[in-house]
Design a protein around this ligand. Structure first.
Ligand SMILES: [Zn+2]
Length: 317
């Protein structure tokens, strides 16, 4: 028996927020590995990319936006469906909430279960959770790509491939070579792959690399402010995802059970990635999804609060 609940339950220290200026039109709200929010300021208004987990938490983003512009917040864009990114949306009172069709499909299919699971997994990330009015629903849904002109500023909202989820969406400012990647790229933070497509993810990273971003706001971790750091973020994510999946594939092919594969993968990855934030939180879910994909589940299975606990007991109990 174990007293240990999810690793996240011991993760209680509030993070320091940075509000970085990437250009006249682009800012990033980052918090030492907690989920990031991107901000695009166009001629006619503001776009927020990922909302923070609750409306109360979103108020701090709004406060910082108001220090740099008084333009209206017109758009919220969802990089994917995860609760920790989307449930603060109402605070911005946007005219539109933009998401890919695949993201909408995931909200319909598993949004409610995901919300419950995520809140129980990581309570610190849902400050004032009672302010969440319910699921966040997009009002504009696109397939593959849409172009939005915010005044003179061209904003490309794109799916470049599956990775962290099947709905992954990036926001690209082509004239400034600035990319908001969502959780497809992390920096100094462990990629969460519980809902991922691990075979596809490295290919999607190739497509991201081909954009030639000079600055990049990852899903978690510090803003990457030059091409060298952008490359480091992309390569670090690729290395983790690839090594983790290969380790699990080897174990699965050798007929090992999930617990044994987990122990082996943990030992293989810990020396290199153990210092990345949320490593201990992510790895059980990451290995579980990798084991599924390596064996018999092409698509990620829905996480429920009950399934979370079963997994944690099976691997860490
Ligand atoms: Zn996510």
């Amino acid at each position: 028996m174990t007293e240990k609940k999810f690793a996240s339950h011991a993760d209680l220290v509030e993070k320091k927020v940075s509000f970085d200026k990437l250009s006249e039109h682009a800012y990033a709200y980052t918090a030492e590995g907690d989920p990031n929010t991107g901000i695009v300021i166009g001629g006619d208004g503001v776009m927020v990319i990922d909302t923070q987990a609750t409306p109360v938490m979103a108020q701090d983003v709004i406060r910082r936006i108001r220090e740099v512009t008084d333009k209206p917040i017109r758009y919220v864009t969802l990089s994917h469906y995860h609760a920790v990114r989307v449930l603060g949306a109402t605070a911005y009172q946007p005219q539109h909430i933009i998401a890919s069709r695949d993201t909408l499909d995931l909200i319909v299919e598993r949004g409610a279960e995901d919300m419950k699971s995520e809140i129980e997994r990581f309570p610190r990330l849902f400050r004032a959770v009672e302010s969440v009015p319910g699921l966040t629903w997009p009002t504009i849904v696109f397939e593959r790509r849409m172009t939005l002109w915010m005044g003179e500023l061209r904003v490309e909202i794109m799916q470049v491939g599956r990775g962290h989820t099947k709905g992954d969406t990036v926001v690209w400012l082509p004239d400034e070579k600035i990319l908001f990647s969502g959780d497809l790229v992390e920096y100094g933070a462990t990629p969460y792959t519980g809902d991922a497509y691990l075979t596809d993810w490295p290919v999607t990273l190739d497509a991201i690399e081909a954009l030639g971003a000079e600055k990049l706001v990852p899903g978690r971790g510090a803003s990457l402010m030059n091409p060298r750091d952008v490359r480091a973020g992309i390569e670090g994510t690729r290395a983790f995802v690839t090594e983790m999946f290969e380790s699990v594939q080897r174990g699965a092919e050798a007929g090992m059970d999930l617990r044994s594969v987990y122990k082996e993968t943990y030992a293989a990855l810990h020396p290199r990635y153990g210092h990345w934030v949320i490593f201990y939180h992510c790895l059980p879910f990451d290995v579980s999804r990798a084991y599924d994909e390596a064996t018999r589940y092409r698509d990620p299975r829905i996480w429920t609060a009950e399934r979370d606990k079963e997994l944690w007991d099976a691997l860490e109990g």
